[in-house]
Ligand binder design. Sequence first.
Ligand code: CP3
Length: 355
Amino acid sequence: MVRALLGDRPEITPVWFMRQAGRSLPEYRALRSRGTMLEACLDPALASEITMQPVRRHGVDAAIFFSDIIVPLALVGIDVEIAPGRGPVFSKPLRTAADIAATVAIDPALVVERGGAVADAVGRTTAMLADLSDERGEPIPLIGFAGAPFTLAAYLVEGGPSKDHMAARRLIHEDAPAWRDLTSWLAEVTGRFLALQIEAGASAGQLFDSWAGGLSPADYRSSVLPASVAALAHARSLPLPEGVDRLPLVHFGVGTGEILADMASADIDALGVDYRVPLDVARARIGRDLTLQGNLDPAMLYAPEPVRTAAVHEILTAGRAARAHVFNLGHGVPMDADPDAISAVVRTVHDWRAR
Ligand code: CP3
């Protein structure tokens, strides 16, 4: 997985899934029957065990750390909850310039000062992955992650999930200085959250800008990308462990067909592509030879086996256009997907050989 993210082509294409840990698994639902999502994220024993569940069940080639993009905001003291079936909800949405000024006055270093449970959970996970790696005979890395400043800002100013992220898109133009202050601050907060996981032992990092696809390319370039670059810089500037030359960083968003080249211009190694753009088309659009990650439509998990298998093969073939390919879905695993279909995709990917 790590070699592929950095540009090698292992004989077997590595595969992991966004939202592989979560409600599609009965063993997750059993563990999560008590307590809130945020409590689970900040319980090291629980978070590390949930992280391991899909690795054991599906045989994927990486773990993604069980947490949430809003965890660093909770750590610095912002009142946020994850409402089941809805997503992050804030008790005090940032409605005015004064709200934003009060928020950006919070010291981003609190993420690290109060992030002991996150570091502990990462440490426990990498220890469990090392044991499983010995059994499987190959290292299974942990991918750390963070939300990009735009996606976090979209939740913060709206107060919760929204269809069109109008409050955020409006603020960009209505009060450009406040927007810049907010996204610069978010870059510090979320960048430290990502760096914290990597310092604690994660082998790669992914920045999720899930809602960036709602922006015009001009707005993305001028008002959003700089903060994502600043967030990634936190991870990039960490000292590397002995024997490691480069930390693989992935940049992902949904509906980003028009901004793929801009997203690829950050200091990253791999670009996550959603299911709307075939990987060979994405390769042509980005003008840079990065590893591509993706991009089976999650809806294909419900298709009859021959249809699903053909779709996986088509993506593996299109992925040949890039220097290397890491198989994933085009967005997260849906909560009612059949876990056996997910395991079957892993087998199909692992059995495929380029002709
Ligand atoms: O397996 C993994 O991918 C690791 C864990 C992970 C979660 N959230 C767990 C989670 C990751 C990487 C995330 C990132 C995240 N969170 C994103 C970016 C990725 C994406 O999907 O675009 C976003 C936008 C969020 C915000 C968020 N958190 C949403 C929209 C939701 C869904 C709300 C719902 O209930 O449908 C959450 C909650 C959440 N995050 C769950 C999980 C397992 C479900 C909570 C539960 O089990 O009750």
